[in-house]
Write a protein that binds this ligand. Structure first.
Ligand code: GDP
Ligand code: MG
Length: 440
């Protein structure tokens, strides 16, 4: 999957400007990648439609670096569907906060109850686990074991009392929590292997009985194409305020995350990543976006490359470009700033699958910067401030002084003059591009 997609992004990155067919080719590969990640077809269509529209629009055309802009758009749109910002758990003004769990059997609700309780306890809360799954014979025992592992209290019907009423248990547990001063109540409920009316009825009755602050829909990330139907059924039957994605430690690429978030409009709040109670974390939309596209940390690296060019400096430079006072000294300063990217290159070598990115950054060869530095430093102050002075004999002297050839000196002066000219135009409209820096 990702090899093809990263190949596509790689080819895109080489381009200065993008044609409609470049965009279509890329969109096609994104569509394929998402379908292979088990994102539902409707969601894929909707998503690629948005990306295509933006990629063909002005925002890309006018960008200094269109290819990078497209990668950014793909990522932005994914993050937006996944809920944008990380969403935190809502706590009740008057404790206890009631959190109800719903989902199919085997989704990981009971395990999640333990994880959530342990995490909440660590955050200073006093959680109570409630066994409102009275469907399976050993469900209560399972929750008690989990509670013990998490080191938290459990509220369960007495064993041997026959089949209890889960709604009653849930309701009583709130009263119990209030008297015993537990500040959060986590209600574990029963699931079925498939969606059915009885399950929904019971879940919605529990919901009505305890008026939860959060209803978390728990879904197995490996569920694949069934994600949409299951999520819709639970939204219609019980409704929920947030989603928890489990078994993200498996092979699933997380396509279910995109489908569920997109179809229900509910945020994913937590991710469950293993059988142990510590395999649990708040959900990060941006990380999931990268996982779905397998972009690795490309975007982080791009951001760092951008940050390497200090913004304030950029403003001062822009001022110079527009007033025609951009000199070879300024040019040198810019080249030196490229050095800051050396550490990025090093980091890149450590990331898997980053080979091609690294090659691209290799284009900003450190030695090239050193050579530029040598040439400019061999110039007199007057020459640095006014490149028009650089006649043949001066260039020869500079070449000798810096251990380079006249051709190299000429190339540098040309590059500087082109940059100065281009910058002057660009400066009127926006932030200048770093001279010599092609598309990443
Ligand atoms: P419930 O029926 O929804 O309550 O699901 P359970 O909590 O009983 O979990 C069903 C199975 O999935 C158990 O064997 C759990 O150990 C396992 N499980 C739950 N969450 C995860 C997870 O994040 N990763 C993995 N690998 N297994 C999980
Ligand atoms: Mg269970």
């Amino acid at each position: 999957l990702s090899d093809r997609l990263s190949e596509t992004f790689k080819n895109l990155r080489k381009k200065g400007s993008l044609s409609a067919s470049d965009v279509d080719g890329t969109v096609r590969e994104i569509r394929r990648a998402l379908l292979e990640a088990d994102v539902s077809l409707d969601v894929v269509k909707d998503f690629t439609g948005k990306v295509r529209e933006r990629a063909l629009g002005d925002e890309v055309n006018k960008a200094l670096n269109p290819a990078q802009q497209v990668v950014q758009i793909v990522n932005d749109e994914l993050v937006a569907i996944l809920g944008g910002q990380q969403r935190r758990l809502e706590f009740a003004k008057n404790p206890p906060t009631v959190i109800m769990l719903a989902g199919l059997q085997g989704a990981g609700k009971t395990t999640l109850a333990g994880k959530l309780a342990k995490w909440l306890a660590k955050e200073g809360h006093t959680p109570l686990l409630v066994a409102a799954d009275l469907q399976r014979p050993n469900a209560v025992t399972q929750l008690s074991v989990v509670a013990e592992q998490a080191g938290v209290a459990v509220y369960a019907p007495e064993p041997g009392n026959g089949v209890g009423d889960p709604v009653r248990v849930a309701k009583d547990s709130i009263v119990y929590a209030r008297t015993k001063q537990y500040d959060t109540v986590i209600v574990d409920t029963a699931g079925r292997l498939g969606v059915d009316a009885e399950l929904m009825k019971q879940a919605s009755n529990i919901r009505n009985a305890v008026s939860p602050d959060e209803v978390l829909f728990v879904i197995d990330a490996m569920i694949g194409q069934d994600a949409v139907a299951t999520a819709k059924a639970f939204q219609d039957g019980v409704d929920f305020t947030g989603v928890v994605l489990t078994k993200l430690d498996g092979d699933a690429r997380g396509g279910a995350a995109l489908s569920v978030a997109s179809v229900t409009g509910r945020p994913i709040i937590f991710a469950s990543t293993g059988e142990s109670l510590d395999d649990f974390e708040p959900f990060h939309p941006d990380r999931m976006a990268s996982r779905i596209l397998d972009l690795g940390d490309i975007l982080t690296l791009i951001e760092q490359a951008q940050a390497a060019f200090d913004e304030e400096e950029a403003m001062a430079m822009a001022e110079k470009f527009s007033t025609d006072s951009f000199t070879l000294e300024d040019f040198l300063k810019q080249m030196q700033q490229l050095r800051n990217m050396g550490s990025i290159k090093k980091m890149m070598g450590m990331l898997p699958g980053m080979g091609q990115m690294k090659q691209q950054l290799d284009a900003f060869d450190e030695r090239e910067i050193a050579r530029t530095e040598a040439i400019i430093q061999s110039m007199t102050l007057a020459e640095r401030r006014n490149s028009k002075l650089l006649n043949g004999s001066r260039r020869l002297r500079i070449a000798r002084g810096s251990g380079s050839t006249v051709t190299e000196v000429n190339a540098l002066v040309n590059r500087f003059e082109q940059a100065a000219k281009m910058m002057k135009t660009v400066a009127k409209g926006g932030v200048p591009q770093i001279p010599g820096m092609g598309p990443i």
